[in-house]
Design a protein around this ligand. Structure first.
Ligand code: AMP
Length: 387
């Protein structure tokens, strides 16, 4: 059985690695001749807008999925006429536009950040006046990892942003003074079966995810249930098939949905070693109509992203239960080139292992001070189904 994947980056790479033990084959489509999956799978190098290439690509595929949400909707539609595309094209459309996404959240009764959408520079001032400061200005489309965003704290920031403002559809959001950022990964199969991973606590720097702690420290059953309920609403409404990630701000015990990604997600990489079934395997099971695997955590995990540089390998591998993943990408500033997951059965042990990582990880951008200062081990963990 061959699965087609649009996008040949690290998410596709890890999907293939999860699929080989199941006897699956993979064919990737990516415009870049350097896409990392070329090392391990059949890669077709073509633009997503190349109709002939898409037609050839679709031949003989069981199902097509995608590993990034900015796949042109037309490409997904064209493929959907020839084979099955999961997650459904509607999920791509909803997730590609921050206004549609927020409108969907509101419609489903999922609390979200207050916002004002506008088009054209001349309407910027009115939106600022309507919403007030501080606020975050974002392009409605093509945003990822904090790109296309401006934080507006005062009149000077507004002045500066109005000079740089691209003439595209924008959305202005109230700045949320959150306690922390968390995410929920849910998976739904074609038959409507759903499963949810324990929530994850995420730490970003410069808009890029740096550290995920799973299950989120201090995770209460109530928070987990609320996030599952919200995520289930989106999954069922979109008749979704595959893994979906929703990122939330946690504010005084309440959840505000920030955005969703209709695909496997960076905040779920810990599931490779830290959950009974990884997000990658469960995505494949879902899109192939197979039973879903258990989503329980196996102990406690910290997933640390390697951005633009990687540590000495041996020093990482010397730490018990530390797992190094390198994606085979050339190191460039700001580029995700790999990740490390450290796992332990108890939070204190996890903290101990993190402290054994090489000095490379002591720099503030790795956010590991949050683990030692907040004292993971002192936090009460109320875990559902802890493995
Ligand atoms: P996004 O591209 O929407 O995921 O935003 C990237 C990061 O910017 C988020 O993970 C937050 O850390 C921050 N951010 C985005 N929107 C807001 C907001 N409305 N209030 C506060 N921080 C935000």
């Amino acid at each position: 059985m061959t699965i087609g994947i649009l996008g040949g980056g690290q998410l596709g790479y890890m999907l293939a690695l999860a699929g080989y033990p199941l006897g699956l084959r993979f064919r990737f489509l990516d415009p870049s001749p350097e896409a990392p999956v070329g090392r391990i799978a059949h890669r077709v190098t073509a633009e997503y807008t190349d109709v002939q290439a898409l037609q050839r690509f679709a031949q003989g595929l069981e199902v097509v999925t995608y590993e990034f949400e900015n796949v042109p909707v037309e490409a997904a539609r064209l493929l959907a006429e020839r084979t099955t595309v999961y997650p459904p094209v509607i999920a791509l459309e909803e997730a590609q536009d921050r206004l549609r996404e927020k409108t969907l959240f509101k419609k489903l009764g999922i609390p979200t950040t207050e916002f004002a959408a506008f088009e054209g520079r001349e309407h910027f001032a009115k939106a600022v006046k309507h919403l007030g400061l501080p606020a975050v200005l974002k392009t409605r489309r093509m945003g990822y990892d904090g790109k296309g965003q401006w934080v507006l704290r005062n009149a000077e920031d507004v002045e500066q942003a109005s000079k740089e403002l691209p003439d595209v559809a924008m959305i202005l959001e109230k700045f949320v003074a959150f306690n922390r950022e968390v995410s929920m990964l849910g998976v739904r199969s074609g038959g409507g079966e759903t499963a949810f991973y324990p929530m994850v606590e995420n730490h970003h720097r410069g808009g890029i995810l740096r550290l995920s702690l799973a299950p989120a420290p201090n995770l209460t059953n109530e928070l987990q249930q609320t996030a599952e309920e919200y995520t289930r609403k989106v999954l069922d409404t979109l008749e979704y098939v595959g893994v979906l990630c929703i990122e939330f701000f946690e504010v005084d015990g309440r959840l505000l949905a920030n955005e969703m990604a209709p695909r496997v997600h960076n905040s779920g990489h810990w599931t490779i070693e830290g959950a009974v079934t990884s997000q990658f395997e469960n995505h494949l099971r879902a899109i192939l109509g197979m039973p879903l695997g258990a989503t329980s955590a196996v102990g406690h995990s910290a997933m640390i992203n390697l951005i633009g540089e990687s540590p000495e390998q041996a020093a990482v591998l010397a730490v018990a239960n530390a797992h190094l993943h390198l994606y085979g990408k050339e190191a460039r500033p700001g580029r995700k080139i790999g990740h490390v997951t450290v796992r332990a059965d108890r939070p204190e042990k996890l903290r101990e292992r993190i402290a054994q990582l090489p000095d490379f990880f002591r720099r503030p951008e790795y956010c590991l001070e949050t683990v030692s200062v907040a004292g993971l081990g002192n936090r009460v963990m109320k875990l559902r189904d802890a493995g």
